[in-house]
Design a protein around this ligand. Structure first.
Ligand code: FPP
Length: 231
């Protein structure tokens, strides 16, 4: 991808695993498994292209009300991803950061997550933020309450520091697959000036070429941040 203006930070709303599986007459868990594989493939591709930060929406706070059976399958995927396959994950030399309230997860998964984040803390080839039990409204309300408990007013800079993305630049580009055209409580504060890209493809089918198409589309956009165009 030459002569292209790459985003420093991209975020993925990985929607459509269930429908992708259903179309193949397979259970939803099959779609989630394919979704994790695709996530790893696309993250690697993004880092290879020179994108430094990738954020993925792995489980929203609202997803936690899904049937227990589906949640157990998703938890098993977390177990494999953070536990059994940890070597593969730490091989990437990418720092892994988990955003969201993981205290609701089974304890063994919480431990695996802490181990991975500790083991990768010094890596600097890239940053991977994995949002689990994450909800943007909840994040904003928590930040407001923290400011109130400190008894202080905030400005934009100090408020940002109270969010779970403290120290991380806002996403330049948010890609959502699966055909829905909304943010679904994802990074609402941070997305103020993000470029949005929606694909009708289901997440497991969204491949490297699709990512490159999204990046080319981003590159052609004019980001004005509320300002007027340069001559
Ligand atoms: C939405 O698609 C996707 C999810 C609720 C979970 C997505 C999670 C992963 C792809 C990976 C999990 C991450 C790790 C780190 C192991 P959906 O199932 O709601 O699909 P649908 O809209 O077609 O029903």
């Amino acid at each position: 991808m030459r002569n292209i203006k790459l985003p420093a930070h991209i975020a993925f709303i990985m929607d459509g695993n269930g429908r992708w599986a259903k179309r193949r007459f397979r259970p939803r868990s099959f779609g989630h498994r394919a979704g994790v594989q695709n996530m790893t493939k696309l993250c690697m591709h993004a880092y290879r292209l020179g994108i430094r930060i990738v954020t993925v929406f792995a489980l929203s706070t609202e997803n936690l009300s899904r049937p227990k059976e589906e949640l157990d399958e998703l938890f098993d995927l977390f177990r494999i991803y953070f536990g059994k396959k940890r070597d593969k994950l730490t091989e990437m030399q990418v720092k892994i950061n988990v955003l969201g309230d993981i205290s609701v997860l089974p304890e063994d998964i919480q431990e695996e997550i802490l181990t991975v984040t500790r083991e990768t803390a010094g890596y600097s080839d890239g940053l991977l933020n994995i949002c689990i039990n994450y909800g943007a409204r909840q994040e904003i309300v928590r930040a407001v309450n923290t400011a109130v408990s400190y008894g202080r007013f905030v400005d934009e800079a100090s408020f940002k520091d109270l969010l779970s993305t403290s120290g991380i630049p806002d996403p330049d580009l948010i890609i959502r697959t699966g055909g829905e055209v909304r943010l679904s409580n994802f990074l609402l504060y941070q997305a103020a000036y993000s470029e949005l890209y929606f694909s009708k493809k289901m997440w497991p089918a969204f491949g490297r070429r699709d990512l490159e198409r999204a990046l080319a589309n981003y590159s052609a956009r004019d980001r004005k941040y509320g300002n007027i165009e340069d001559d």
